[in-house]
Design a protein around this ligand. Sequence first.
Ligand SMILES: Cc1cc2nc3c(=O)[nH]c(=O)nc-3n(C[C@H](O)[C@H](O)[C@H](O)COP(=O)(O)OP(=O)(O)OC[C@H]3O[C@@H](n4cnc5c(N)ncnc54)[C@H](O)[C@@H]3O)c2cc1C
Length: 448
Amino acid sequence: MKASPDHRVWRNWAGTAAAAPARWCRPRSEAEISAAVKDAAAAGLPVRALGSGHSFTAAAATSGVALDLSGWTGIIAADTRTGLVTVRSGTTLRALNAGLGGLGLAMANLGDIDAQTLAGALCTGTHGTGARLGGLATQVEALELVMADGSVVTCSAANRPELFAAARIGLGALGVITAVTLRCVPSFTLQADERPLPVEEVLEQFDALAAANDHFEFYWFPYGRKALVKRNNRLPAPAVPAPPVPGTMPGWRRFWEFEVMENAAFGTLCRIGRARPRLIPALNRFSSAALSSRSYTDVSHRVFVTPRRVRFAESEYAVPRESLAHVIAELRRAVPRLPDPVMFPVEVRVAAADDIWLSTAYGRESAYIAIHQYTGLPYQDYFDRFESIVAEVSGRPHWGKLHSLDAGRLRPLYPRFGDFRRVRAEADPEDRFGNPYLTRVFGGADDL
Ligand SMILES: Cc1cc2nc3c(=O)[nH]c(=O)nc-3n(C[C@H](O)[C@H](O)[C@H](O)COP(=O)(O)OP(=O)(O)OC[C@H]3O[C@@H](n4cnc5c(N)ncnc54)[C@H](O)[C@@H]3O)c2cc1C
């Protein structure tokens, strides 16, 4: 399949990154993906696989060949007995969740949206929350990749384990992921409980809340006194497998709560704040005071995932769990002193330690702190201040969210950083899958 010269510009969801690829290519088979990589090599062009553009960083940007994998989707094979499901890499999480649901299966944990492609989500270390659970990449059993020479390779814990350790969260630097075998679990129902609590109380009880709930997180408006605590817990599986029960939140209320209150109404407040920045702290306190309780049950992915229509810029760092209270205290002190006020809440989540080389939770029980600013409002001072706070506690940035770290700062944060660079150099000696973001975070070939 020939890549077509095209003048389309690539932009990400948040509007924080753009690129003008020399060629666009929309392969529909593994052979076409392999041919696209070989063609790019023959033309001396770099290649980047595109996901859904939901990274805030320019991770997917390329001036070479943009591989649009939206024609490479769907479940290839599923074993409902073992839960092993092989999926084409361009499948969105939304389509995956629907497909798994039809098989009586589910992902054990998910983040809070489902617009990403499976491979895109894996490549940057996308995660949800749960002290006993890891991010999406910990649910991967095997990967299939098209390598820089166009060959197709599979890897797993038993087969090419180093490639597997590197490529599960590898920013697409090792090859184009074509298929992912996931270890899924039987479909399950979550009981969601959301309630506002004073932020001091949440911090005091943080470890207990993380330990006592399958999926615990909280949102905190940085000028407000309250945090919205979300506790999602699995309901026991029925003794006899049953078809999915409709959620206990009626459709109209779901629409009202998620679309109207969390998106339309909040979007309106954000637009007022952008037009009159001096009002932002008051609007922020108002949003905090208006937080209310709700409780409902639904199929797992309908609880994990919520619509996010109000656009924003985001940075997120993983810190050792015990450092969370210190980071939040410092943020509380810093936010009122910023030159520009902050409209969006801070989100805090947790994850278990894992062993994936570039996982933000590698080797440590982690707390994730995500900060956001409404699109069009200044965020640089806020994000810089946040970075200096998390730097004190060895914070690791989410690979898909805004940060300023380079290879020199990242290397000491990741014990296996050198191994990753070695495996990458072996897999892609000519930097076929490189781009400026990868050069910044992994360093150049000369730094080996
Ligand atoms: C509104 C919103 C909510 C979010 N919520 C969460 C959350 O809850 N938790 C969380 O951790 N993150 C979250 N994120 C971040 C998001 O999950 C990641 O940035 C993710 O990488 C985006 O996936 P994507 O499909 O858009 O990939 P892209 O951003 O398009 O690409 C990401 C990387 O993957 C590479 N890539 C894509 N496909 C392939 C492939 N087949 N082979 C090799 N490389 C490939 C790209 O080249 C790029 O380097 C959120 C982002 C937004 C905008």
